[in-house]
Design a protein around this ligand. Structure first.
Ligand code: VGL
Ligand code: ZN
Length: 230
């Protein structure tokens, strides 16, 4: 009797479908939980009025804020140099802005002084919503070593904390936005692919410096290693 009653009762439940939909939900949740919005260098010096202002930088900030709301994880990077940094033209008397010099870690483009640690220029743009930012990565912090990538500095040996942070949390899928597409965004995306991350550039929320074909070259290099550009 009981068996029949139970059979009747449970006949109303379609367990296969319930398990199936639960698994789907779990799979999609898990996937979402592994996705990170990586906001590259949205700092005053790269925005309007900054020392190395990227054209159109301010226009992407509201879009980045909208993206932030939809990600389970949000991480920001900061270009963070000491005074007299090797990447500053002013540190090399006789050398001009945007000239390339040879250093121990390879070719180095010379930039205006920018993103000096603990100055206004290094702060995040005031319009950037960081309410959901869980981790900040600083790069280029060594005086004699520049870093475009948020993973590996330009000597290709020195690592930031980013890879370890992501690995420990099993965050495997990265969506990149920010500045500048052809430098820090591209270098970060390429290293991300080399380290095995699924990597997507959200191009509408990136802006480039684009000097002497640098954007086109960066896009080619990204395509070659399997960065998805959307
Ligand atoms: C960057 C040049 C120098 C960047 C940083 O964030 O793309 N570009 N330092
Ligand atoms: Zn820099």
């Amino acid at each position: 009797m009981l068996k029949e009653r139970l059979a009747y009762k449970y006949a109303n439940y379609d367990y296969t479908r319930m398990i199936d939909s639960a698994q789907k939900l779990l799979a999609s949740t898990t996937h979402h939980q592994r996705q990170v919005l990586l906001i590259i260098d949205v700092q005053n010096d790269f925005c309007a009025g900054g020392a190395l202002a990227v054209p159109g930088a301010n226009a992407i900030v509201p879009l980045i804020n909208q993206f932030s709301a939809h990600f389970a994880h949000v991480i920001c990077t900061q270009d963070w140099h000491c005074p007299g940094h090797i990447s500053f033209a002013s540190s090399h008397p006789g050398k001009k802005l945007y000239e390339t010099i040879e250093t121990q870690s390879g070719a180095q483009m010379l930039w205006p002084d920018h993103c000096v640690a603990n100055t206004h220029g290094a702060e995040f743009d005031g319009q950037l919503d960081r309410a959901r930012c869980e981790f900040v990565v600083r790069k280029g912090t060594h005086k004699n070593l520049d870093s475009y990538s948020a993973f590996l500095e330009n000597d290709k040996i020195t690592q930031t904390e980013l890879h370890v942070y992501l690995q420990q949390r099993e965050l495997t899928s990265l969506f990149l936005v920010g500045l500048a597409t052809d430098y820090c965004v591209a270098f970060t995306a390429i290293d991300a692919r080399k380290l095995g991350y699924q990597t997507t550039l959200l191009q509408s929320a990136c802006r480039a410096i684009d000097m002497n074909g640098s954007l086109e070259r960066a896009c080619e290099r990204m395509d070659k290693v399997g960065v998805s550009r959307q």
